[in-house]
Design a protein around this ligand. Structure first.
Ligand code: FES
Length: 161
């Protein structure tokens, strides 16, 4: 009887150890996978970041950033960039308060030209230039990383007219 108990206890101990080893290896695998996912996510996030600088009329520079697919209005809103009255219509193309002036080289590289609605709204903006665009209509691409845009000294909320 003593021998049978010893064999049974040894078998139980062996099964328990195998179970613990299996649990531990699953834990380690899960931890490794989550680390990989985290690293990959971080890498993707860094690739998606687009740095943008807003330059006030007085020359003050406000550094900010968004991600690929954001509009310049999103960048202002998401980062609480302090631009008084900017984006009053929340991107519905009815205010022109998101007027921004691009450097000529940057303007030429913009992937999309302004549509008729944007041009109509730009006509109502103060300090209009040949390289003016509405921030709510500009979608960030990775190529725009490092973009610097001028913020006009005055804005016109076309809805107030
Ligand atoms: S936010 Fe109003 S036109 Fe862009």
């Amino acid at each position: 009887m003593l021998v049978i108990n010893r064999i049974r206890n040894a078998a139980i101990l062996s099964l328990r150890n195998a179970y613990i080893r299996n649990c531990l290896s699953n834990e380690i695998r899960a931890a490794t996978n989550s680390t990989r996912t985290f690293s990959l996510g971080l890498a993707l996030r860094q690739q998606d970041v687009v740095n943008v600088t807003f330059v006030r009329a007085n020359g003050e520079k406000i550094k900010s950033s968004g991600k690929v697919g954001d509009s310049l209005l999103d960048v202002v809103v998401n980062n609480n960039v302090d631009l008084d009255g900017f984006g009053a219509c929340e991107g519905t193309l009815t205010c022109s308060t998101c007027h921004l002036i691009f450097k000529e080289a940057d303007y030429e590289k913009l992937p999309e030209k302004p549509g008729d609605e944007e041009l109509d709204m730009l006509d109502l903006a103060y300090e209009l230039t040949d390289t003016s665009r509405l921030g709510c209509q500009i979608t960030l691409t990775k190529d725009m990383d490092g973009l610097e845009v001028q913020v006009p000294a005055t804005i016109n909320d076309a809805r107030a007219a």
